[in-house]
Design a protein around this ligand. Structure first.
Ligand code: ADP
Length: 365
């Protein structure tokens, strides 16, 4: 009995000690959250807020209530519940109301699960003020939209006048003057593509990129795109092979936009392969998954592993190659938005110095 009592006393002592250590760890953790410049809070495993730092009270009057959200923005509780059920972290941009000024400010909300022995113990959340950054982004988008619209108008008239000039002058095709006119037209076309891309970006920002779907034969579309590329490049410069099951079927899509995606992939495949002129277009029709996949493979410079996802981001260019090749880094961003609007996916797999395969999928229905 005495021995058992001694054991019990020892156990109680041990537990007390570990409770004290745990409490000091929690206090330390809360102190850390308190010192953050962001709003920080924790939630227990059932999703109830159980700690908030001082910053919280600039946006909420009580610990129990999340800050008030702008009426058009997603509901934090609902969004968090969805993530909690899946056991996944939440990331959300929301406008929340400052209790003193009454103004809404954009915040990035992040709530991350904390695991203990394989199960979620609690959640740690932060609201980071991104309002200034959002304002600058908005101004930049507005500038982009205005600049591209303003540039487009004079360019269209330059294009028309050069065409008129060419017709009026009736130049001998072999003359150097005719060569100059062709060069001017080539440069106008390049400028036109750049401005059109910028306009597309501003349309995407404003949710105005319209997709007009109608049933289109995908195989014909692919052949047309390949033909366009061959015509606009020197024959020695490109060799495009066609592999896989041909999607000789009608698929609901926006013909012009999907052709734009394919032409972009093909142009990049050629541009980023200075020492190899071979490109392969492979298609797969997956009846079970009800989708078609188009791969564009090149044997060029490739992209490092950790930069592959970023190439679809706006204005992103791989640093190592950005000086050698001209570009603005928006082509793939536009492509991914176009495919997204078709409910498909884009992606890339690549090995540095061996080549890349860019792909997109489209649902068959
Ligand atoms: P841009 O070519 O104008 O820079 P994109 O949006 O088309 O813009 O491409 C973004 C970046 O992705 C490029 O700057 C380049 O670094 C990389 N990239 C795209 N396609 C390829 C490719 N086929 N091979 C290697 N890198 C590529």
């Amino acid at each position: 009995m005495k021995k058992t009592q001694q054991n019990l006393e020892l156990e109680v002592k041990g537990r007390r000690e570990s409770q004290v250590t745990m409490k000091s760890q929690i206090d330390h953790f809360h102190l850390m959250l308190e010192s953050l410049p962001q709003i920080a809070f924790t939630l227990n495993e059932s999703g109830t807020v159980d700690f908030v730092n001082g910053k919280w009270y600039e946006y909420s009057t009580s610990e129990q209530n999340f800050p008030e959200i702008y009426p058009d923005d997603p509901d934090i509780t609902e969004e968090f519940e969805r993530c909690r059920k899946k056991g996944k972290a939440l990331e959300l941009e929301v406008r929340i109301k400052n209790v003193v000024s009454g103004n809404y400010r954009y915040h990035l909300l992040r709530v991350t699960p904390v695991y203990d022995e394989g199960r979620i113990k609690n959640w740690v959340g932060t609201f980071t003020d991104i309002d200034d950054q959002k304002k600058v982004e908005k101004e930049k988008d507005e500038f982009l939209s205005i600049a591209s619209h303003e540039l487009k108008t004079p360019l269209t008239s330059i294009k028309a006048y050069v065409q008129l000039l060419e017709r009026k002058l009736k130049l001998d095709k072999e003359s150097s003057e005719a060569g100059f006119v062709t060069k001017v037209q080539g440069q106008i076309e390049k400028l036109n593509t750049l401005i059109t891309d910028l306009l597309d970006v501003s349309k995407i920002e404003n949710g105005k990129l319209k997709i007009n779907k109608k049933p289109v034969n995908l195989e014909n579309l692919i052949s047309n795109a390949i033909e366009t590329i061959i015509q606009t490049h020197d024959q020695r410069e490109v060799k495009i092979e066609r592999h896989g099951t041909k999607p000789d079927i009608l698929i609901p899509l926006d013909e012009i936009r999907i052709e734009q995606v394919l032409i972009n992939f093909l142009t990049n495949a050629i541009k980023y392969s200075p020492d190899n002129n071979q490109v392969i277009v492979t298609t797969f029709v997956d009846e079970e998954a009800e989708e078609v996949r188009v791969n564009v493979t090149d044997f060029g410079i490739g992209i490092p592993d950790f930069k592959q996802d970023a190439v679809f981001k706006k204005f992103y260019r791989v640093e190592e190659s950005s000086l050698q090749f001209q570009g603005m880094g928006i082509g793939l961003f536009i492509c991914s938005e176009i495919i997204k609007q078709h409910h498909g996916h884009v992606g890339v797999s690549s090995i540095v110095d061996e080549g890349s395969t860019f792909y997109f999928t489209l649902p068959l229905n």
